[in-house]
Design a protein around this ligand. Structure first.
Ligand SMILES: CCCCC/C=C\C/C=C\C/C=C\C/C=C\CCCC(=O)SCCNC(=O)CCNC(=O)[C@H](O)C(C)(C)COP(=O)(O)OP(=O)(O)OC[C@H]1O[C@@H](n2cnc3c(N)ncnc32)[C@H](O)[C@@H]1OP(=O)(O)O
Length: 254
């Protein structure tokens, strides 16, 4: 059974009110600004650019979701819903000085980095969460625009996907968090355009600190490409509760 906290956080990620039925692709209704051209597509669902192996892994994990032990995490290119405006308000209030420095005109063009590439060229991925084990598996197919050394993924692209995976693990486990520390050991280069599994595990919660570890493996689990540990800090829990309430209880915009 999904824990109350995780269910709330997952509900928030899906843009749901607590107790509402799960959203189906293309996701919850949103108030689009006239200048906004954000797609409502759930990018964690199969696309033509996904390879056969990526699709196969997706199907295998979706099968595991049938008994409720695993949960498929939807993923949009922006979180520009009414709720995320409340979320943004909270973040800006937490960092008032930094917030003043944000170019407000550019803010409406904001996109989640890992969803800002054209289909198939950058980050294609889908995450599955296991609440009992507090872990996330990310099936990742990197595209040709993530090249670093010729023929291999850029280390920064790998770091990004690791941060996205451990970050999501920390969010669903602890609410609103930020990465404070990320240590990565690159053990083997990852061939460009290959599919890998990013396995993350919540190891410990100590007050506001969440420790999450991670490895990146080949699909057959024979090659260990990367290992990482991370520290996430929960932002002010009182304010976080407030934002959770706002996130969870505000109705979708008409
Ligand atoms: C539930 C609703 C959720 C709704 C969410 C909705 C949608 C989300 C959807 C999608 C999200 C999309 C993607 C998510 C995926 C990836 C996540 C990416 C995350 C990031 O991309 S994020 C950017 C990079 N990240 C930063 O930009 C942080 C810069 N940083 C700071 O902003 C501060 O640094 C902060 C806030 C981290 C802490 O600041 P603070 O003032 O709140 O707390 P403070 O400093 O007091 O630290 C408290 C205790 O942590 C210890 N501590 C702190 N830092 C440490 C370190 N490095 N090493 C060891 N210990 C450390 C202290 O020593 C103290 O320990 P003690 O209590 O024992 O003394």
């Amino acid at each position: 059974m999904l824990g109350r906290c995780a269910a709330r956080a997952l509900g928030a990620l899906r843009g749901l009110r607590e107790g509402a039925p799960p959203a189906r692709s293309p996701g919850p209704s949103r108030r689009l600004l006239s200048s906004e051209k954000v797609s409502e597509k759930d990018h964690s669902l199969p696309k033509p650019c996904w390879s056969k192996d990526m699709r196969l892994l997706f199907d295998q994990f979706m099968k595991k979701c049938e008994d409720g032990s695993w949960i498929h995490l939807p993923s949009y290119e922006d979180i520009a819903t009414q709720r995320s405006q409340d979320f943004s308000t909270f973040i800006h209030a937490y960092f008032p000085t930094a917030s003043e420095q944000i170019n407000k005109e550019k803010l409406s063009q904001g996109r989640i980095f890992t969803r800002s590439f054209e289909d198939g060229l950058g980050f294609e991925y889908v995450m599955f969460y296991n609440d009992a084990e507090k872990r996330i598996v990310c099936v990742f197919q990197g595209g040709p625009h993530l090249q670093g050394m010729p023929g291999f993924f850029h280390g920064g692209a790998i770091a990004t996907m690791i941060d996205a995976t451990v970050g999501m693990n920390a969010i669903v486990s602890g609410g609103i968090v930020m990465t404070a520390n990320l240590n990565i050991n690159f053990k083997r280069p990852i061939p460009l355009c290959s599919i890998v599994l990013i396995n993350s595990q919540l190891d410990k919660i100590e007050g506001r600190k969440l420790l999450v570890s991670c490895n990146v493996q080949s699909v057959d689990e024979k090659i260990l490409y990367t290992e990482a540990t991370s520290l996430f800090i929960k932002l002010n829990p009182e304010k976080e509760f407030h934002i959770k309430e706002l996130v969870l209880n505000s109705a979708p915009p008409a």
